[in-house]
Ligand binder design. Structure first.
Ligand SMILES: *Cc1c(COP(=O)(O)O)cnc(C)c1O
Length: 308
């Protein structure tokens, strides 16, 4: 797998000089990053392409706004342990990802030095001190960036805590780096069931490779759910969402959430009015099986709000 980290490396694909220079300025602030696999899904190197639009820097990212509107930073005694619910703990495994999604809710962390959470002792102490936590979510960054041995250690620690009953991993790897799934399967199957939440936003992302990765996770004892973000110019249409949701189900993946794009600095150009999201969900609910329709959720400093 190759990961491009400079716009210059993919410059030859982009014919419009202005778009290219704009991206090279924006990447100074919010760095570019994409796998060769995900880049190969781009059909047209312009913002009308749903894959291009998710990965390519644009001037709109330099707009004003809050970087951490939900006050995630500083919510527990450890910077990698995030607690917004009594019964759930989110572990920031790393700040590294295979791809920088331009609408990322934690894009403030792209500039930080690369880190990996390895303070398993602190995690164990925290979980022992808080037996009300039943559900541990491993997020990031993309946890599948880390080697299988990291999961083995973490899942062993969590597995020893009797009060923890559910473990989930949030990863976009089946979408952007399906080859990174393979080496995790053995460890995950040993700790099954481990719930996987992945992140498909557009039907074009469901390819032979991504299907294969999803099926191998399911066969290893990992139920897979999907969390999408409603994104302007990418999936804010009934037809696109319908195709996405049905394709997911046909691959064994249950649509879980459709998030309204968070009000994070540098993502305003992706936001769809909540009323529009509500009317899309209403129509989906009317016309599709209940299996296919995710919760429409808006994040707030007090937690997720499901609408209507
Ligand atoms: C989203 C989130 C969770 C999980 O919420 P669910 O609605 O149970 O999926 C847990 N902790 C934090 C900090 C979150 O942002």
């Amino acid at each position: 797998m190759k990961i491009y980290t400079k716009i210059m490396e993919i410059g030859s694909f982009i014919k419009d000089e202005k778009i290219l220079r704009e991206a090279e300025r924006v990447e100074q602030i919010y760095p570019f990053r994409c796998t060769d696999y995900y880049l190969s899904l781009v059909e047209e190197f312009s913002s009308s392409d749903p894959i291009f639009r998710q990965i390519f820097p644009s001037f709109s990212e330099l707009d004003e706004g809050e970087e951490d509107p939900f006050g995630e930073d500083g919510s527990t005694e450890h910077p990698c342990l995030i607690r917004r619910y009594k019964d759930r703990l989110l572990v920031l495994s790393t700040n590294q990802c295979f791809v920088h999604c331009r609408f990322c809710t934690r894009k403030r962390k792209w500039r930080d030095a690369p880190f990996v959470f390895e303070d398993f002792g602190a995690l164990e102490r925290y979980l022992k001190k808080h037996p009300e936590i039943q559900d541990v979510l491993i997020s990031g960054g993309d946890p599948f960036w880390l080697p299988a041995s990291w999961f083995d250690e973490l899942l062993k620690v969590v597995g020893k805590i009797g009060s923890v009953r559910i473990v989930r991993i949030g990863t976009r790897s089946p979408v952007v780096a399906p080859e990174a799934v393979e080496d995790k399967l053995k460890v995950l199957s040993r700790h099954a069931p481990v719930w996987i939440n992945t992140h498909f936003n557009h039907p074009k992302e469901i390819t032979g490779e991504s299907r294969k990765a999803l099926l191998s996770l399911i066969k290893s004892g990992c139920p897979v759910n999907n969390q999408s973000v409603l994104l302007k110019g990418i999936n804010d249409s009934y037809e696109v969402l319908k195709e996405l949701l049905i394709s997911l189900l046909s691959t064994g993946v249950r649509p879980y959430y459709l998030f309204s794009c968070d009000p994070v600095r540098g993502t305003a150009h992706f936001r769809v009015p909540v009323e529009r999201g509500l009317s899309l969900i209403k129509r989906l609910r009317k016309e599709l099986s209940g299996m296919a329709v995710p919760h429409f959720a808006v994040d707030t400093p007090h937690g997720k709000r499901i609408l209507p």
